[in-house]
Design a binder for this molecule. Sequence first.
Ligand code: KG4
Ligand code: ZN
Length: 364
Amino acid sequence: MKQPTGHKKFILAIETSCDETAAAVLSYQKKAGGFPDIKTLSSVIKSQTKLHSKMGGVVPEAAARAHVKWIRPVVEKALFASRCPHHAIDYIAVTVGPGLIPSLIVGVEFAKALSFALNKPIIPVNHMAGHLYSPFGRISSKLSSYQVVKSLFPMISLIVSGGHTMLVLMKNINDYKVLGQTVDDAAGEAFDKVAKMLMLPYPGGSEVSKLAADGNPKAINFPRPMINSKNYNFSFSGLKTAVLYYLRDYVGNGLKPFPTKTKANICAGFQQAVVDVLIAKTLRAAKEFIAKSVSLSGGVAANQILRHDLNLKSKILNFKFFPSPLHLTGDNGEMIGIAAAFMLASGYKPKSYRLIKADSNLEL
Ligand code: KG4
Ligand code: ZN
């Protein structure tokens, strides 16, 4: 059955919450039933990885300066590549939090200036909502609204990034609540810290997983913190300390050589411990809330073992599995535009730039 659709609208989306200066242009059309039809027309990401790798982590002041340098060229390039002229943009979506305040302010103030100059309203987007909605980009145009809503929800969403680890129950496209989150380090943060202990370059997540590919995940049995706890919270700081103690005991007085195989086994054992905890809690939530599907997003969603194991175990239990496409796992402007399209589809009224401000502790 052909469904009635709304007018096509264009969204310029801006993301500067951490160390990626990113912008994207998307078209969006509301379909009956609420699930929007979204098309990405362009997406530009200027990563600051090189800049921060010299310092071994993100330096907020340096990140903000780099955003100031790159925000205009990145937005201009996204507009040019989309072939959508400034005046055709209907809404400006921007990440307002959570994140590093000096970084957020650059994107938010740039969006406000643009909103003032073009006389277009702003859609303030929560960065975590960007991750949450990122798996929906590619399925939005494939199925009808009704099919999607009937076959997806309730959904359990696992969001794993450098700053956050969260389990979210989505009852419908705009009806969600956080079931649990990390009480200390986020999963990505733990990957980064273990990488630092092993003297691997920043950002460490992908480096740890690369080395882990040559290791045996069963060689070292690291703890799986809170795997059996009754709630949906996570804790990765104890696991990180277990790796530290293992290294200290192994290296001892510094005389013992440190073979590459041992490094690989540490990475594989640590990675498997993180993955096991994440999957156990996600699937327990999916069973408890009688979910139809499970989704996965955030920077750590690029981890192949996590994608593979969660896919396999979800399917065994009859849950559909929707991982964020790889190019949308790390921070990007496209996911901010996708989240904005879902906000619009759910009746959100865009705001005047006068009401918009950055909030580093914004909650989902
Ligand atoms: O979502 P994201 O780009 O930024 C935040 O919002 O924090 O996530 C970045 C995090 C970093 O901690 C990085 O080490 C981790 O994602 N990461 C990975 C992998 N690729 C990136 N962690 C594990 N395995 C990977 N392959
Ligand atoms: Zn992120």
